[in-house]
Design a binder for this molecule. Structure first.
Ligand code: 1CP
Length: 356
């Protein structure tokens, strides 16, 4: 596999090496806001059929790169492949989001779980990574990803998406030992899963802790960050003669930045509720920052999108160490033309910030 990259801005910024302009990609950049995605998804039938077919997963990964000047590709898959591989029976019912046939209901259910072989149980993900890497032909780096143990556990215990997280939060206080057992196993699963993605060709990895921000500080440290720390410690550090940078993103985790940076990750994702200058002052000497434009800005007219990009670039200030992104996934009803305006604006207006 060739490791020559035509555009390595994203990897360089993650490692705080100088770049010519600020790299940019968008969380959920492949997906339902793109008409070409909706067309392919209608043909495939359902979302998991897209994920389980490496050629289709590759096609969907590349769709946004054909439209926009993105600096990274992200594997098209989902965080819930892990619970599926653990035997919970994932399905997506129309309009309801993810569901499990067999959610975790008691300690006995947790005791039955065992770490899988990712090349077997999640072989379709590794095939997708290999197919995408070949198809990218060094155009931009490929990001692999996983959910954090806490975020995966919320889906496994609540049985799907949740707003109040009552079952798992009850467990934090009524049966913490059982929850720790589950989170520890999930951390082991994430380690083997991400290491397999790295060996298959992922050049950087990101951990999505979408629901860590619903916890109190002490519960966050005990039930979420502790297991992300275990993962950071267990990941392959370099592959193909390159460091494999790790990004941790706890949505609504702005009050815990110094704890997150202390894990030894390379970059910390921030959402729009945290200011880039505050975050840089706090942890910018240790890690790079990814973020943080409110995805709703993409509903605004061109001039407003451009002025918001300029404001955020000025807020980060001069030098490397910033990966521009949205603070969370792109909304389903955004006009793709607005995404293009956003991406081009980042490249155009960031150049002065990278002059020597
Ligand atoms: O076509 C469809 O109907 C499926 C919609 C969809 C898509 C496009 C789902 C279902 N997952 C995805 C892809 C996906 N999911 C990616 C692809 C790469 C990209 O372009 O970014 C990634 C990285 C994810 C990760 C993911 N899935 C997260 C973490 C990131 C985040 O957005 O916070 C979470 C929480 C999920 C769970 C999930 N997957 C899908 C749904 C509807 C949900 C539930 C979200 C919720 O509980 O609110």
């Amino acid at each position: 596999m060739s490791s020559t990259l035509k555009n390595d801005r994203y990897l360089k910024a993650l490692l705080k090496e100088p770049v010519d302009c600020t790299p940019v990609w968008m969380m959920r950049q492949a997906g339902r806001y793109l008409p070409e995605y909706r067309e392919l998804r209608a043909q495939a039938g359902d979302f998991m059929s897209l994920c389980k077919n490496p050629e289709l997963a590759c096609e969907v990964t590349l769709q946004p790169l054909r439209r926009f000047d993105l600096d990274a590709a992200i594997l098209f898959s989902d965080i819930l492949t892990i619970p599926d591989a653990l035997g919970l029976g994932l399905y997506f019912s129309t309009g309801e989001g993810p569901c499990f046939e067999r959610p975790i209901q008691n300690t006995a259910d947790i005791n039955k779980l065992a770490v899988f072989d990712p090349e077997i149980e999640l072989g379709y993900v590794m095939d997708a990574v290999r197919t995408i890497r070949t198809a990218l032909a060094g155009q931009v780096p490929l990001i692999g990803f996983s959910g954090s143990p806490w975020t995966l556990a919320t889906y496994m215990i609540e049985g799907g998406s949740s707003k109040a997280f009552t079952k798992i939060k009850k467990m934090c206080y009524s049966d913490p030992d059982a929850l720790h057992k589950l989170l520890d196993l999930l951390a082991d699963c994430v380690i083997v899963y991400l290491n397999a993605q790295i060996k298959a060709g992922a050049q950087s990895v990101m951990i999505f802790d979408t629901w860590g921000g619903v916890l109190s500080q002490s519960c966050y440290l005990e039930f979420s960050l502790r297991y992300m720390q275990k993962i950071v410690d267990g990941l392959i550090q370099s592959h193909e003669n390159r460091i494999v940078p790790v990004t941790l993103f706890t949505k609504n985790g702005g009050q815990w930045l110094s704890h997150i940076a202390a894990t030894g990750c390379h970059a910390v994702g921030i959402d729009w509720t945290t200011e880039l200058d505050t975050a840089r002052a706090q942890i910018g000497s240790q890690v790079s920052l990814q973020g943080n434009m409110d995805p709703s800005v993409l509903y605004a007219p061109k001039e407003r999108i451009e002025s918001e990009v300029q404001r955020l670039l000025a807020q980060y200030g001069k030098g490397t160490g910033h990966i521009f992104n949205l603070g969370h996934g792109i909304h389903l009803d955004v006009n793709p033309e607005h995404a293009k305006i956003f991406i081009d604006a980042v490249h155009t207006y960031s150049k002065p910030y990278h002059l020597p």
